[in-house]
Design a protein around this ligand. Structure first.
Ligand code: ZN
Ligand code: ZN
Length: 455
């Protein structure tokens, strides 16, 4: 039977309207910024426009950010997305343009955001003039902001040696000498780190320890020991995991994640691993089977000192709720974890909430482009993949390396898992209110430890 003509027309109009709404006309970088300046986020979606611009012409994102540098924009999170999603060449050009403006005395919120991003992703941009960067950081307001100290890891040997020679200068609060000493402390050059640390903190008290932990080191045999490696492997999730992880996300975040280099194992994976499910070992507190976090056949490829495979696992029901501080496990010759004797109790205690296991899945470990070797939990804004093995931790709170319960030495950071991991029951696991879990390893004692932080 033929449909009445009027209904067909209605359907056509409906189709056209829907189609039109899904694909608004392409806006240029200038259009996007002009519209945002006049309308803000009201009746305007600069994030969708930015993603559309990228799909049409990826190089245009560079122009968008460079143009934004000369405008006063507030809450322009679409600029963060543009920075994250642009190719390396466009990115280097954009942060270089920002740094040149800063050198010429320009100051703006947008400039701060771009320089913060550069401190994490491409600190070499400041190598053109480390002294100028030092003065900008020291001056504080309007210059490089809260991620500034991340940039010092790129400090070169000559500058670092020159600055070490000035450590006799005043390092009291507010002195330039203090900012310079902190720069050396965060330089990833162990000798410079140690000299600066001893100068800043002559007494090895708790405050001194916390600053050394923040720099990623522990004092050891009169020298320093690095508490994490330099380059992480990112965890590449299976299609079934990704589907569940993306299900509840707003459309813009789904689109950003789909395009983000940290989520997409484009290169050949370095190694395979397995996530989720239950292990035969039991929790020392509730006596339920442990929840597998990650099993690796060859942890050494991820910089973890173990000649055997390793199963990292914990009790999701008890960790952080019924045990103060980290939960520890001794690993046997096969790499299987067993609740540490100090955290084993005779009678099982019922947890307040029984957590379901993470979804059992094969995952890949891959090397993301070098821009993503260091990531910040706050700046990621749940768009980047923070699930990593090795590299530097992205702390939610302050740095916290637990002491090994067997040898009392500070443990090495080896893995972090973000919130939103898919569970076997279809849920998504949150660490506390949506934080991040950190895994540590003592190679000598073959002990692992896990703790989570949230806001
Ligand atoms: Zn338990
Ligand atoms: Zn130990």
């Amino acid at each position: 039977m033929q449909r009445p003509l009027v209904q067909t027309q209605c359907l056509q109009t409906q189709f056209l309207q829907t189609h039109f709404m899904q694909t608004p006309p392409m806006q240029t970088a200038t259009d996007i910024l002009d519209t945002f300046e006049s309308l803000g986020w009201k009746a305007n979606d600069p994030m969708a426009q930015t993603l559309q611009l990228r799909a049409h012409d990826p190089k245009a994102l560079g122009g968008l950010v460079v143009q934004a540098l000369d405008r006063e924009l507030k809450h322009a999170t679409f600029i963060d997305a543009a920075l994250d999603l642009m190719d390396d060449d466009s990115y280097f050009a954009a942060v270089h343009a920002a740094w040149q403006r800063a050198l010429q005395g320009a100051r703006s919120d947008m400039l701060c955001e771009v320089l913060d991003s550069a401190a994490l992703q491409y600190p070499d941009v400041f190598a053109s003039d480390w002294n100028a960067y030092l003065h900008a950081v020291h001056a504080g307001e309007g210059g490089p902001e809260y991620l500034a100290d991340q940039a010092w890891r790129a400090l070169d040997a000559t500058t670092s040696a020159d600055w070490c020679a000035t450590l006799e200068d005043d390092v009291s609060d507010g002195a330039l000498g203090r900012t310079r000493a902190i720069a050396l402390l965060r330089s990833r050059r162990p000798q410079a780190v140690q000299q600066a640390w001893l100068r800043l903190f002559p007494t090895p008290d708790a405050l001194a320890q916390s600053w050394l932990h923040l720099a990623g080191y522990a004092s050891h045999d009169g020298g320093l020991r690095a508490l994490h490696s330099e380059r992480p492997l990112h965890i590449g999730f299976s299609a079934s995991q990704r589907k569940l992880m993306l299900a509840d996300q707003p459309a813009w975040r789904r689109d950003v994640q789909k395009a983000h280099p940290t989520w997409n194992a484009s290169a050949t994976p370095v190694s395979q691993a397995r996530m989720g499910g239950l292990l035969p070992s039991i929790c020392g507190h509730c006596h339920a089977p442990l929840h597998r976090l990650l099993s690796m056949n060859d942890p050494a490829v991820a910089g973890i000192a173990s000649a055997t495979p390793l199963d990292f696992a914990t009790c999701l029901s008890c960790q952080g709720w019924h045990i103060d501080g980290a939960m520890f496990y001794r690993h046997d010759a096969e790499g299987a974890p067993h609740a540490h004797p100090s955290q084993r109790q005779q009678a099982a205690s019922a947890p307040d909430y029984v957590a379901d296991a993470l979804l059992d899945a094969d995952v890949q470990l891959f090397t993301a482009p070098s821009r993503w070797a260091w990531q910040d939990w706050g700046q990621s804004n749940a768009t980047q993949n923070l699930n990593r093995v090795g590299g530097a931790p992205s702390w939610v709170q302050s740095a916290d390396y637990p002491a090994c319960p067997d040898c009392q030495q500070d443990m090495n950071f080896v893995m972090q898992l973000d919130s939103g991991l898919p569970q076997a029951d279809g849920g998504q696991w949150l660490w506390g209110s949506g934080g991040c879990n950190y895994t540590f390893w003592c190679a000598g004692c073959r002990v692992s430890g896990h703790l989570w932080q949230c806001t």
